[in-house]
Design a protein around this ligand. Structure first.
Ligand SMILES: Cc1ncc(C[n+]2csc(CCOP(=O)(O)OP(=O)(O)O)c2C)c(N)n1
Ligand SMILES: [Mg+2]
Length: 647
């Protein structure tokens, strides 16, 4: 074991020395050096079992090498080649691998911590006594994600080890400009969490202490905060240098090199000698050269557009479940509640998380009674921390568990925006790890609730590749689409218009059934014009038609915005020659603009008039009734419809 620790530290050091040469030769793009910090990555990885997840950062090469990833695969990854882990789609350490139970970082640093919570939560649910280790630099601890992740881990007593590598700097920012307390470990107390300070340059201390702590977590699941004191000997990345670091500091820490000191110790103890040292170094150098040759001789990746587009979402076969004729009239809100409950029964590990969703039943009472039926493990009240909970959902997915997250109001997704658009959306494309998550988004106006409880913010997401966006308008569709969204292994934002919750009723099958995502419906047929809409606005369009029975219109309810059913739109517009799109969101940059462009590009010869978009005015959504009515396009629509018909 003592020699193994030594060899495992030598390997990343020698690889790095080689990489610095390749960097100068322009053969790799960027390099973040972990020289001087190897004891932490190696010690932690050695203290964990092979099947326990580790979530490393950019200075943790030792995690990857200690888990024995073949070196040519790492080299290929850094050169954007096919034997790497991301098919050339992401660089450096931005990848994960289920095979080696490593979940790599996204550039934003902090989200790793919440994802670790999710994996640890899955382990706790499975009762498998596993510990999860996640890394961050001391700079990353200033991010909100750090606070949220530690808080959730403590409240839920998750078996996770938060490993902070305090290496003195975050890029050029010294630790004293990053946080105002003596030790980061001191923060543990505030979170109600055990914490320890460990000499990060002493491999024996790292390995021994982390092994003990890991064992205690396995026996009794709980989170622990570890602060490893260490130092970043080289620049943030090679190009940025160390000019701003006082020479005295570099000198002091140079004497604390973890490998040199350990080597000295091993020799003094008679555990290794000069011959063995040279032997080990030659063996590793040999391995590096051999694997480098393999990677260098591999061709650069060539892929085509179809191939790239095919990898944005995980493929899944739509599971059609038909319903029988037993139905009853229910409200929109009941359809969601029933649908969710039936999915909870169908997927017996499906977890739902959200604020006040357990005993209280959620602010819209959709999960009322769920705790009683499914228990608190599967129906989780969460602290107020959208980022960490969405990251937790990602971690659950990595561990193979589906989840539904209820945003209390769709408006609040902005507090968890980063993990949605950067983690969930990009994960499958980057390293084939799907995000099996549904985010339920109670949204929309006409409820007199002002700028932060009335937005319909689907356009924030429809433009981000990797996300599916569903936005039903009727109870029947809602129930079937929710079931399919949950079955779908990809991240789905499921918009539920609050104004419809208790105002719209429909006959809805009692049993579980599915409706495919990505298919619009024509809810009314006519010849003179095509009306395209979704959500509450569909009902506004129908009201206008009721008032004007002489208007003969196709009414298309999109139901899903991403993927968009453009064929149904084109077929209708080719028949009617006119199209009007009604959208509740503000006009600029909304999906109606894209639909309009698509119609112009694909149906121009069939058009008898320019396509018309009708939407809310370009202001935040106001509170007072008169202002809100003026903001919404409800009343303007009829006028615009008539004017387009008369064009
Ligand atoms: C959200 C975000 N802000 C800023 C950056 C740029 N950035 C990348 S690494 C880094 C410093 C990180 O410092 P620390 O967490 O101490 O890790 P270290 O590099 O010292 O290991 C910065 C500022 C980023 N990647 N993401
Ligand atoms: Mg740092």
């Amino acid at each position: 074991m003592l020699i193994q620790l030594y060899e495992n530290m030598l390997k990343p050091r020698l690889i790095e020395e080689k990489m610095l040469v390749l960097l100068r030769q322009g053969k790799i793009s960027k390099w973040f050096s972990g020289i001087g910090q190897e004891a932490i990555a190696v010690g932690v990885t050695m203290a964990l079992k092979k099947d326990e997840y580790i979530l490393p950062m950019h200075r943790n090469l030792g995690v990857f090498t200690t888990r024995k990833i073949p070196l040519y695969r790492l080299f290929a990854q850094w050169q954007g080649k096919a034997s790497g882990f991301t098919k050339g789609r992401d660089r450096s350490f931005h990848f994960g691998t289920q095979q080696y139970k490593i979940v790599g970082m996204i550039s934003h640093l902090g989200p790793q911590l919440g994802v670790a919570d999710g994996i640890a939560f899955a382990n706790k649910l499975k009762g498998n006594n596993q510990v999860t280790a996640v890394f961050t630099g001391e700079g990353g601890t200033s991010e909100g994600d750090f606070h949220e992740a530690l808080n959730v881990a403590s409240v839920w007593q998750l078996p996770v080890m938060f490993c902070v590598e305090n290496n003195g700097y975050g890029l050029s920012t010294p630790a004293k400009e990053q946080f105002n307390c003596e030790h980061l470990a001191d923060k543990g107390k505030g979170y109600g969490m055990e914490s320890y300070i460990i000499d990060g340059n002493n491999i024996l201390e790292v390995y021994t202490k982390v092994s003990e702590i890991a064992e205690s977590i396995r026996k009794n699941p709980h989170p622990v905060l570890l602060e490893f004191k260490t130092f970043r000997i080289r620049g943030h990345e090679e190009a940025s240098g160390t000019k701003y670091v006082p020479q005295e500091l570099l000198d002091v820490w140079a004497k604390k090199d973890p490998i040199e000191n350990y080597q000295y110790f091993l020799k003094e103890q008679g555990i290794i000698n000069e011959t063995l040292e040279v032997e080990l170094k030659v063996k590793i150098a040999h391995e590096i050269n051999e694997h480098l040759e393999v990677a260098l001789s591999e061709d650069q990746i060539i892929s085509d557009v179809t191939n790239e587009l095919n990898d944005v979402f995980k493929k899944s076969v739509y599971q059609e479940v038909k319903h029988d004729s037993n139905s009853k009239e229910v409200r929109f809100v009941d359809a969601i509640s029933e649908g969710l409950k039936q999915s909870m029964k169908r997927h017996d590990d499906l977890v739902i998380m959200g604020q006040d969703i357990a005993e209280y039943g959620g602010v819209f009472k959709i999960t009322e009674g769920f705790v009683k039926e499914f228990g608190k493990d599967r129906v989780r009240n969460t602290p107020i921390c959208e980022s960490a909970i969405i990251e937790t959902a990602m971690g659950l997915s990595i561990a193979g568990i589906k989840s539904v997250v209820e945003l209390q109001f769709a408006d609040f997704v902005s507090s968890g925006f980063n993990p949605v658009v950067n983690y969930l959306a990009k994960s499958f494309y980057r390293w084939q790890q799907n995000a099996d998550i549904v985010l339920r988004m109670p949204c929309g106006g006409d409820v007199g609730a002002g700028p932060f409880h009335s937005q319909t913010n689907e356009a924030w997401f429809t433009k981000t590749p990797g996300l599916k966006v569903v936005y039903p308008a009727f109870p029947y569709d809602t129930k079937g689409l929710l079931a399919s969204a949950i079955n779908d292994p990809n991240p789905v934002l499921f918009f539920e218009h609050k104004a419809l919750y208790r105002s719209i009723r429909q006959e809805v099958p009692i049993e579980y059934y599915t409706i495919p995502l990505g298919e619009a419906t024509i809810i009314k047929e006519g010849n003179d014009i095509t009306i395209i809409s979704y959500g509450a606005a569909i009902h506004w369009a129908l009201e206008s038609l009721e008032k004007n029975p002489d208007i003969s219109a196709d009414v298309i309810d999109l139901r899903t915005l991403q993927p968009l059913d453009s064929e149904t739109i084109y077929n209708s517009v080719r028949k009617t020659g006119k199209a009007i799109i009604l959208q509740e969101d503000t006009l600029f940059g909304g999906i109606s603009s894209d639909i309009s462009a698509l119609i112009h590009e694909n149906c121009f010869e069939y058009l008898d008039a320019p396509v018309k978009r009708v939407a809310s005015i370009e202001s935040p959504i106001p509170f007072a009734k008169q202002l809100e009515n003026q903001y919404l396009p409800k009343d303007r629509f009829e006028e615009e419809l008539k004017s387009l018909l008369n064009y």
